[in-house]
Design a protein around this ligand. Sequence first.
Ligand code: HEM
Length: 483
Amino acid sequence: MESLLSVLAYAFFFFLVLAVFRRICRVPARVIPQPIIEISDAAVTRRALVEYADAFSNRPMSMFRVPIVKGHRRRRSDNIISVPYGPLWRTLRCNLAAETIHPTRYASYAPLRRAAIDDIVASVQSAARKGRAVVVRDGLYAAVFSMIARMCFGDGLVDEADVRAMQCEFREFILAAVESTSTCESKLLGYWRRRQSDPIALRHRLAELFLPLIEEARRQSSRFCDGHARSYVDSLIHLRVPDEDDDNDEHLRRALTEDEMVSLVLEFLGAGTETVVACVEWTLAHLVTRPEIQNKLRREAIINIKYDGDNKYPSEDEEREILHRGMAPYLHAVVLESLRMHPPAPFVVRDVRAEGGVVGQTAMPAGGLRVHFVLGDIGRDPKTWTDPDEFRPERFLAGGEGEAVGPLPGPKEIKMMPFGAGRRYCPGMALGMLNVKCLLAALVREFEWTEGNCGVDLTEHDGFFKAMKKPLRARVTPWSPFV
Ligand code: HEM
């Protein structure tokens, strides 16, 4: 009896090991069938994205290494980032740009921006009061996510609990979809992590959070047309998109599928949060090590931006001014310098499948080509920038080498492109800049930032978004003119 039991135990153990081994060795369904080339040269980048825009206007079907939506649903689950250049892309992009993130809408979202400023100031204050080094990323993430989620679903529609639940799942989703499939890690570690957080299951859990809110937004839809800030989801509910490749035929227009809604909401939350948080954190990291730049910025934030009475927020008129260089040129220069050195999205990615297989003089491989334009290298090109690894915002002020350079490159020359270039450049550029500037101005105006015991490590995390590898830990004291 005993020997039978041990035979059974050995057999069970053998099959268990075999099952694990087969799962580890199975080649995952990759979405990168093509060769990848990396381009770091600004002139080549401009030629490709501007002169050969027809060939360089699509991204790969999935930006991740594993497909997030599989099977027949894949066709109807695109968002703006993934959809091929054409009528559907045009409709989705125009809707976002005109209905939600157009500068004329900023005033209606000002209360959300103010709430985000209050949240982050309160979170830093409470950590500072305890005398601890402040890890700014977590509080910042929560504040920005809450603002973007409320823009997305409508302020009255989501409560604190909804936002917290979404944020929790969302961060896990980003890590799972983007990071755990990294080719750098060992297969065993990758297997273990995939078991822990499967991106498909996480997307499903997020969909379960989003869809009831979308349904509720559908029911309340008329409320938002009535002078309230219109949410992104509300605009999506009413949007009719071309069914086939003809955007003129009204009869072929249809409502968005649930999968498309979920993908578009995920894109809005990710694009609006991850990039802004990364940029504010990088900028603070440099300000911590360069007190003279921090003081200059604080002086400008206090003197130039008068703020609304006793409030710590800029007024709506001031927000409009802040968006451009006018009222706060140094703040503008500091943010540009941060984006030049640490573009939050490390690559602009294109899927090139040219008709006839030729782009310019170059023959394309049969399955096409995936091209990564490396934004960090372009922004730090020593042919363009003096001492490119030095944080020097002055280069963007009058008389500096970057005086004429803005967040988006002009058609003639690219010196940096943190928001991309060509037809698929970032439509959220102005909103992203405004959010970064308002948060940064408040954080520098309210606090003095100095190095914590561990110093500041400027190593970049090698992921889909280029955050700091080690979150910034800084010593923070409330700023007072009398100290
Ligand atoms: C500091 C903030 C931001 C940075 C640095 C940033 C950066 C980028 C970059 C590099 C791209 C790729 C461009 C290309 O392929 O040429 C992109 C695309 C995109 N971004 Fe942003 N972004 C930011 C904020 C936002 C915001 C706030 C939104 C919207 C809420 C947004 C929505 C999008 C969308 C929808 C695309 C795809 C555009 C298309 O394919 O047509 N981004 N962004």
